[in-house]
Design a protein around this ligand. Structure first.
Ligand SMILES: C[S@@+](CC[C@H](N)C(=O)[O-])C[C@H]1O[C@@H](n2cnc3c(N)ncnc32)[C@H](O)[C@@H]1O
Length: 507
């Protein structure tokens, strides 16, 4: 396996670091709201209690650090076997003065057999994003042993994975990429590029197992814009194998974990996901095994975001609705960017502007509880079901739930945000999802690198008059044609996006 950098990776890419990023599905607050929407008990960990969050395969640790900076009373443990990831993450955490996070360099295959593994306390929340279907059966077994030992009763586990049959049409493409990479030799980035080039050539030549597959066309259409690090970790792992939901459910049940639903909230609503004919068949099926299989047969979803709980406790509908009504939401999308027609798996779904526009306008003024938003004076009284309002608005990403509403920006969180701006504020990261750490949110408030850079500069005492300097900081090699678009984006971040974050108590 020359060129992939190691004999210790067990076939996982180790010669290229992964990319930093924020994925809201990993956040305990998001997971707690997911459980609540699905009628499963999960405390919202808002107080000073000692919550333990454990991330497996944390990469460069941007998500884990954002959670640590946003929740000073929590204990965060983040594990990855790549020493280059762990060294970089530890350096950033130290710079930011994050004292409640530990980065462990450990292999998940045998972590529970090590002294460090034995000492690790049980966790309230565990998350693994981009790990399960990318690693070998031996690593998955190690992860299951860890989950058996280290998830407390009532604890929540999030796992994302490439799913079947969503990926079925691209299995041949993955095999081609790996083999073309081996033939080309060199490091993972070069191998991935060679594999992609051959795939493209064969597609153009009409290769039936490439040219006719929707999932491949979708993957290849935007592939030239994807960073080499992402392509290496996505496609060049030898043990990569997408899974059926029922197999993951069976594996997790050996760790006493029950499947609850999807952290991609809109996927829990069959009326948004399925056509009428599909829904009629779905409604006849019983139990999550058949129902999810029917959904997976109908949806073009190549990545699942599943949530499990160790020992599910169902909440009576009245208590569930009371908890949802107490939830405070904040607007995350500038009001003029809100679109009322959204793409969902079954086509397009329309949000009624008559109902949602007054709710979103109220949120533009201040975060508000669901109870306030559903009052007849705000909402036109169309629904009395808080699940619809919360699930739809958080699901499509216009709002987020606030863990500690009313709190303002915090010194440690802002210190991390400024260090993060200098860490990730580079043009090649402009399409990735990042966040600003926020104690009020209890996690990351969605942000672009431009938002991070502008926040850093405003904190430093600059004003929008310094735009040209910001551009040079962000992009020292900027070309003439790039300047005007960058000016516009940065000005908008300062004049529209940061004020939205100020309303939420983030900056
Ligand atoms: C695709 S990356 C995802 C990183 C991060 N969770 C994210 O979403 O940004 C998968 C991560 O799993 C780590 N990993 C792979 N095999 C591992 C193992 N056996 N033990 C620990 N970490 C492992 C890799 O080093 C890599 O950082």
């Amino acid at each position: 396996m020359s060129g992939q950098g190691s004999t210790w990776g067990g076939g996982y890419v180790t010669d290229v670091n992964y990319l930093p990023g924020w994925y809201r599905q990993q956040s305990p607050m998001h997971l707690a709201v997911t459980c609540l929407l699905l009628g499963v008990a999960c405390d919202l960990p808002a107080g000073e209690e000692d919550v333990h969050y454990l991330e497996l395969g944390c990469g460069l640790g941007f998500g884990a650090m954002t959670l640590a900076a946003s929740n000073p009373s929590w204990r965060i443990t983040a594990i990855d076997f790549n020493p280059s990831h762990i060294a970089q993450a530890r350096a950033i955490a130290q710079d930011a003065g994050l004292r409640n996070i530990a980065f462990l360099e450990a292999d998940l295959t045998n972590f529970t057999d090590t002294e460090e593994g034995r000492r690790l306390p049980q966790a309230d929340f565990v998350s693994m994003h981009g790990v399960w279907s990318w690693v070998s059966p031996a690593v998955r077994e190690g992860i299951l042993r860890l989950l058996r030992d280290k998830v407390r009763a009532g604890g929540v586990v999030h796992v994302s994975y490439n799913s079947l049959p969503g990926w079925q049409g691209a299995l041949g493409m993955q095999h081609l990429l790996l083999n073309a990479g081996d033939a080309a030799g060199g490091g993972s980035e070069r191998r991935a590029a060679a594999g992609i080039e051959l795939t493209r050539e064969l597609m153009e030549a009409g290769a039936v197992h490439l040219a006719g597959q929707g999932v491949i066309q979708q993957l290849m259409s935007g592939i030239s814009k994807l960073p080499a690090e992402y392509l290496s970790h996505e496609f060049m792992n030898r043990a990569w194998s997408p899974c059926f939901h029922s197999d993951v459910m069976d594996a997790f049940s050996t760790a006493k974990l029950d499947w609850v639903g999807s952290a991609s909230l809109t996927e829990n609503y069959s009326n948004l996901m399925l056509t009428d004919a599909q829904r009629a068949i779905y409604a006849r099926a019983e139990g999550p095994r058949m129902r999810e299989l029917i959904k997976d047969m109908c949806l073009p979803r190549p990545l699942r975001q599943d949530v499990f709980v160790r020992g599910v406790q169902r909440i009576p509908p009245r208590a569930r609705d009371a908890a949802l009504n107490d939830l405070v939401l904040a607007l995350t999308t500038p009001i003029e960017d809100i679109v009322y027609e959204v793409e969902v798996a079954s086509g397009k779904a329309s949000l009624s502007p008559d109902y949602y526009a007054p709710i979103l306008s109220a949120l533009a003024e201040a975060p508000r509880s669901v109870r306030e938003l559903m009052a007849p004076s705000v909402a036109a009284g169309r629904t009395s079901d808080p699940r619809e309002l919360v699930g739809v608005l958080i699901g499509i990403g216009h709002v987020m739930p606030m863990l500690r509403p009313g709190l303002g920006p915090d010194t440690v969180a802002q210190r991390f945000n400024r260090i993060a701006a200098r860490w990730v504020g580079r043009p090649e990261n402009q399409t990735h999802s990042f966040a600003l750490a926020s104690v009020a949110a209890g996690g990351g408030f969605p942000a672009t690198i431009f938002d991070l850079v502008v926040n850093d500069r405003l904190q430093a005492g600059d004003d929008v008059g310094s735009l040209e300097q910001w551009i040079m900081m962000l992009h020292p090699d900027v070309t003439e044609e790039e300047i005007e678009p960058l000016r516009k984006i940065l000005r908008r971040a300062a004049e529209v996006r940061l004020p939205l974050m100020r309303v939420a108590g983030v900056v």
